[in-house]
Structure formats: structure tokens, C-alpha cells
Ligand binder design. Structure first.
Ligand code: CP
Length: 321
């Protein structure tokens, strides 16, 4: 008589239908579990062979309707490090230029049976719309000025890594400085940081700050006031591609008032981290000596993008949220 063995067959991703569009339906416990998964993935990436078979047999599609360096490469690295297959679409060079619609483009790509799509699009809400046209899981890799959740996850993960010994964000203050109005990174960081219990202060000229902010979020037009006691300072570039018109009377005046310099940082927490989601415009929103200085974790943010995105792919495709 043949011996029987129990084989756990994972539910196909297309039946699980899990998305990361923003943090609205993510609990604190789920975010913390994701960080713990990222810790395991980071350990994998220190090995000689930086690869595990966790996602063998799965296909991840990266669909980028807008340019990217960090997000796209780190998602592709994150998928391959778990042995997933990767298919890539970039708007430039595609049949969009021949008049193909977004829906037809998506439904064409979808015939190749990816299990999860990582989507970046200049229009807010496009990843949610795409989620209604496919059974594959969707990760929002940035939609207009609305959300960029995996950037916020890797930012918070970097903060958690550099301020060891604390298990929540209560009493920790993040100052976000610059073009907050047009920034999906700022919106997702505010959403996640507040969910984790931290304080957020937004700083910039009136034309670059949202008129209304969520409860518990502060606004300031004065850099020194915003940075006072901050545990992390995140600077943002001017996102000209999302500005309908010029919102600054003078770039020189903006640089004089809002550039992150050694002098400006003096009032922050003594161990304050300097963060930037990239790409940087050196000596505009951040002085070169600060970007390359000892408090900067800008390169660590990019490096942490890989284990954090490995954790996102793993969690959505086979793990338990
Ligand atoms: N931070 C970020 O989203 O960078 P990329 O545009 O290079 O992906």
C-alpha cells in the first residue's frame, strides 16, 4: 500500500486577491508583521546565495506608465530574489503610442497570466481601476499625487532599523519638508506614520502645503519650527511634472528658506535621520553635504527597498496578512 503524505497546495494568487493600494485596510499588526518578514528577507540578502525559492512558479508583472529607477528595479530584484518570474512593461516603447487604451493594454498583458502586478501611473486611482480589470493582486507603486505605499513602508522600516529598541512610533516626530502638495510619498508617509502612532509636521511655503491636514498632523511655514525636536527629517524635491503652473515666485528664495542645511538641522533631535525618497535635486531641497553626510540614510532607504518589497510580494502572494 502506498504511503500518503499531506501536501499543502498554496491557493493560487488569482483566488487570494490581495492588494496594497494604500494603508486603508492594513492594521498596525499587519504592518508590523510585514516588517518582521522584511527582517527575514534582509537576512537572506546577506547570504552568499541571495535567493530563496519562496515564490517559485509565480509571475510578477511590473507595469510602469511613468518613469522610475528605484521602485521598478527593487521590485524586480525583490521578485527574482524569491525565484519568481518577472515580466516588465514600460509605457515608453509600448503600443500605447498607437492609441491602445489602458484597459486594452492591461487585458492584453493579463493574458500572460501574471499573479501580481506592480503598477505605477501618473493618474491617481489608476491601480485601483486596474484591480477591477484583473484577478491578479495589485501593488500600487505610485499613482499621481495620491499614494506610494511601499516607499512609506521602506521609509518607516529604515527609521525602525536606525532607532533600535522602540516598538512603535509613539513620541517620534517626522518632519516632511518641501513640495508636500504634489507628493504621493508625503501622503503615504503621513498615513503610515499616523497609523503607527507617530507625529508628523509638514513644512513648506503655503503654495506647496495642502490646505487641510489629517488630525494630529501639523503644518508650519518656518523650517526651524518644523524641525525642532524632529527624529527624522524628510525632504522632497519640487515635483514640476505635477504642477499646473509655477508655484514659487523665486527658486532662490525657496532655497534660502527651505533647503535642508547643517544650520537648519541644528534644532532637530541630536540623532535625527535625514531621509529623501529620491530622486534628489542637490543643493535645491537639500545641501550636498547633508545628503552625503553622517545623518543621511538615503542609500539605506534604497537598500531597504529590496527586503521590504520582498516582504510585500511574499505577503500578498503566499503569506498571511
Ligand atoms: N522614490 C521613488 O519612487 O523613486 P523612483 O521614481 O526612482 O522609483
Amino acid at each position: 500500500m502506498m504511503a500518503t503524505v499531506d501536501i499543502e497546495i498554496p491557493t493560487p494568487a488569482r483566488e487570494r486577491k490581495r492588494n496594497l493600494l494604500d494603508f486603508a485596510d492594513w492594521s498596525v499588526a499587519e504592518v508590523q508583521a510585514l516588517f518582521e518578514t522584511a527582517d527575514v528577507m534582509a537576512q537572506v540578502l546577506t547570504r552568499t546565495i541571495k535567493k530563496v525559492p519562496a515564490l517559485q512558479g509565480f509571475t510578477v508583472g511590473t507595469l510602469f506608465f511613468e518613469d522610475s529607477t528605484r521602485t521598478r528595479l527593487s521590485f524586480e530584484r525583490a521578485a527574482r530574489a524569491q525565484s519568481a518570474d518577472v515580466i516588465s512593461f514600460a509605457a515608453g516603447g509600448s503600443s500605447l503610442s498607437k492609441g491602445e487604451s489602458l484597459k486594452d493594454t492591461l487585458q492584453t498583458i493579463d493574458q500572460m497570466q501574471a499573479d501580481l502586478y506592480v503598477v505605477r501611473h501618473p493618474a491617481a486611482g489608476a491601480p485601483s481601476q486596474i484591480a477591477r480589470w484583473t484577478d491578479a493582486a495589485i501593488v500600487n507603486a505610485g499613482d499621481g499625487r495620491r499614494a506610494h505605499p511601499t516607499q512609506a513602508l521602506l521609509d518607516a522600516y529604515t527609521f525602525r532599523q536606525r532607532f533600535p529598541g522602540f516598538d512603535d512610533f509613539r513620541g517620534k516626530r517626522l518632519a516632511i519638508v518641501g513640495d508636500v502638495m504634489h507628493s504621493r510619498v508625503a501622503r503615504s508617509n503621513v498615513e503610515l506614520w499616523r497609523k503607527l502612532g507617530g507625529e508628523v509636521v509638514l513644512c513648506g511655503p503655503p503654495t506647496l502645503l495642502p490646505p487641510q491636514v489629517a488630525p494630529g498632523v501639523h503644518r508650519s511655514h518656518r523650517l526651524a519650527e518644523a524641525l525642532e525636536g524632529a527624529h527624522a527629517v524628510m525632504t522632497l524635491r519640487l515635483q514640476h511634472e505635477r504642477m499646473a503652473s509655477s508655484l514659487l515666485p523665486s527658486l532662490a528664495e525657496y532655497v534660502a528658506r527651505y533647503q535642508l542645511t547643517e544650520r537648519a538641522l541644528a534644532g532637530a533631535h541630536p540623532e535625527a535621520l535625514v531621509m529623501h525618497p529620491g530622486p534628489l535635486n542637490r543643493d535645491v531641497e537639500i545641501a550636498t553635504e547633508i545628503a552625503d553626510g553622517p545623518r543621511s540614510v538615503i542609500h539605506a532607504q534604497v537598500a531597504n527597498g529590496v527586503p521590504v518589497r520582498m516582504a510585500v510580494l511574499y505577503t500578498l502572494l503566499v503569506g498571511k496578512r
